[in-house]
Design a protein around this ligand. Structure first.
Ligand code: CTP
Ligand code: CA
Length: 224
């Protein structure tokens, strides 16, 4: 529980955050995943708890500790992340900071062998459900504020605006992941909404989290 339950700019609110990568099994020994460390998403969950919110964090496999004062649910695959998110709703705010694997494979029950004369196997990829879009497009029980991230290596703002529209969320936190963001302690982000773009300087991920939570509290207003 937050140290000062019932106080702070997000008191009385339920904030639901996804963080980290997902891991999609290929066989019992192997998986597909990505470079997300979970640092930014976990920092956001911690900042929301400090602001007095009740916080649920749905996290993929990460090497960092569960944040204090946050109910953390550990999952592995995108499908499990979607189920954990749905189980945690309703929420006032949803923040999708996870790097959800875009594709999964139909996993093999046994370890895939090289064989003596066989060619390398072909992985047939299927698209994973879009957790952010499914939360943003709920007809009933849509959180008042749905926030996504956009990880881009080029045309960052253009792609972020396209994702804002396509997924139907209220805010996209866009960052350039070409420049050593994965695993780093700092992040340079742009807040993209229908109102326009706000670009922040390179900041510690904890500072990005604090500012984002302050922005969300302001947007939401202070009465539950
Ligand atoms: N996201 C999600 N579920 C997915 C894919 C993405 O919830 N299956 C969310 C991420 O948590 C993030 C936002 O959508 O908040 C954008 O993720 P990103 O990977 O940048 O966008 P995609 O729509 O997957 O597009 P692409 O990877 O092709 O750029
Ligand atoms: Ca993606």
């Amino acid at each position: 529980l937050p140290a000062v339950a019932g106080r702070g700019t997000l008191a009385g609110r339920h904030v639901l955050v996804t963080s980290g990568p997902t891991r999609e099994p290929i066989d019992p020994a192997r998986f597909l995943s990505n470079r997300s460390s979970g640092k930014q998403g976990h920092a956001i969950a911690a900042a929301a708890a400090r602001a007095g919110a009740r916080v649920t964090l749905v996290s993929g496999p990460v090497e960092i500790a569960d944040p204090n004062g946050v109910a953390t649910r550990r999952v592995e695959t995108a499908q499990q992340m979607l189920e954990a998110v749905e189980a945690a709703l309703p929420a006032d705010v949803f923040i999708g900071a996870a790097a959800v694997a875009d594709w999964r494979v139909e996993p093999s029950a046994d370890k895939i062998k090289k064989g003596a004369s066989r060619a390398p196997p072909t992985l047939v990829l299927r698209e994973n459900p879009d957790i952010l879009a499914s939360v943003a497009q709920r007809r009933e029980g849509r959180p008042a504020l749905v926030v996504g991230f956009a990880a881009e290596t080029r045309d960052v703002l253009l792609h972020a605006q396209e994702k804002l529209a396509r997924k139907g969320c209220d805010l996209i936190v866009a960052n350039d992941v070409g420049a050593g963001v994965f695993g780093a302690d700092s992040n340079e982000v742009h807040l993209v909404s229908r109102a326009g773009v706000a670009s922040w300087p390179r900041l510690d991920k904890t500072e990005v989290a604090a500012r984002l939570i302050a922005h969300i509290a302001e947007t939401l207003g202070e009465t539950p």
